[in-house]
Design a protein around this ligand. Structure first.
Ligand code: FDA
Length: 308
């Protein structure tokens, strides 16, 4: 109930504006967001590098309805990626992009606009020795996102994609995606989805996550396990051992501000760990999804509003 209310709020502009104006609201958001601009997020990436943590950087924003906003998002990503050359970040940096921020939902030619914009980001990333991963949004966008991924991978084979264990279709998607050179980020799924397309029980989502991991670890691609759940991380480690995968053949991913001690512990133990690092001013939808994932975050947030 609380989860679906928070997820619904993420798409309501008035509630989003209230949250931004609420006393203490911004301070709590800062726990999950690495700053407002490229310089700030690169500084955080450099700090994480000291603990051998790699990054995937997300410029916050989604569901744009004006092509000029999408063009500005592309400019922001290109500026960010160009700044990687002077930065000392760990490993090969990655950027995460939401196709809805690049125009996917535009009524006319949304897919074509998003593809063209994604090509520009991928070109900049290739120039800088970085990679690109497509975030996965709600289930109405999955087919379009996977189709755009297929087109992008013709010229940029290292482009990766996120898939969501919550969706009933994802096991089959994993079978198709687990091919040589593919980079697949498996997550549980952060959106409220109807029962026709998505598992509703936590145990069903976890079982689906395990089945998807089995497919990805058993294939020739590069699995990226995006979860803070110790049970999923433990199962991934067991699968890596079973399939003889070294630390460089798969990676763990976690969100900035969530279980930071575990992130450092895994990296210190020789695992490849990447932190999802969002930045920008449009942080509310992202923040509401983080609240929805954990009731304790809501308590923390309410306390900060009341100053207690
Ligand atoms: P689960 O929700 O079961 O949490 C396990 C434990 O982790 C909790 O008990 C708690 O201790 C901790 N935890 C989890 N979330 C927390 C939070 N917000 N705050 C504090 N503690 C928390 N989703 C999507 O739909 N599309 C996408 O592209 C992505 N991309 C993505 C990238 C990366 C790197 C990560 C880590 C996650 C995503 N997600 C995502 C989000 C994902 O789908 C999911 O909603 C969250 O990761 C929470 O699920 P867990 O697997 O962590 O397990």
């Amino acid at each position: 109930m609380l989860r679906s209310t928070l997820l619904a709020a993420a798409s309501r502009p008035r509630l989003r504006r209230w949250l931004e104006a609420a006393p203490g609201g911004r301070a709590v958001v800062a726990r999950f967001v690495a700053g407002h601009d490229a310089a700030a997020v690169v500084r955080v990436a450099e700090e994480l590098a000291a603990d051998r943590l790699r990054v995937t950087i997300d410029h916050l924003g989604e569901d744009i309805t004006d092509p000029s906003h999408a063009a500005r998002t592309v400019e922001e990503y290109v500026k960010l990626i160009d700044s990687f050359r002077e930065a000392s970040v760990a490993g090969r940096p990655d950027v995460s992009i939401k196709l809805s921020a690049l125009g996917q939902a535009l009524p006319a030619d949304g897919d074509a606009v998003a593809y063209g914009n994604a090509v520009q980001v991928c070109t900049a990333a290739e120039r800088a020795g970085a990679t690109v991963t497509l975030d996965m949004e709600d289930h109405t966008t999955t087919d379009s996102t996977l189709a755009i991924l297929g087109r992008l991978r013709v010229d940029f084979p290292s482009v990766g994609v996120a898939v969501q264990a919550r969706l009933r279709r994802t096991e089959e998607d994993c079978v198709r995606l687990a091919e040589t050179g593919s980079r697949v980020r498996l997550c549980k799924g952060a959106y409220a989805e109807p029962p026709e397309v998505a598992f509703q029980q936590r145990t069903e989502v976890d079982q689906s996550f395990r089945r998807c991991m089995e497919i990805l670890f058993g294939g020739p691609g590069y699995p990226m396990i995006a979860s803070h759940d110790p049970a999923m991380i433990g199962y991934a480690q067991a699968l890596a051992e079973r399939h003889g995968r070294a630390a460089g053949d798969h990676e763990f991913q976690m969100l900035y501000g969530v279980r930071p001690a575990e992130q450092r512990r895994l990296a210190a133990g020789g695992h490849t760990v990447r932190v999802y690092l969002p930045y920008g001013v449009d942080s509310t939808a992202y923040f509401l999804r983080r609240l929805a994932e954990r009731p304790a975050n809501v308590v923390f947030f309410l306390r900060s509003l009341t100053g207690r």
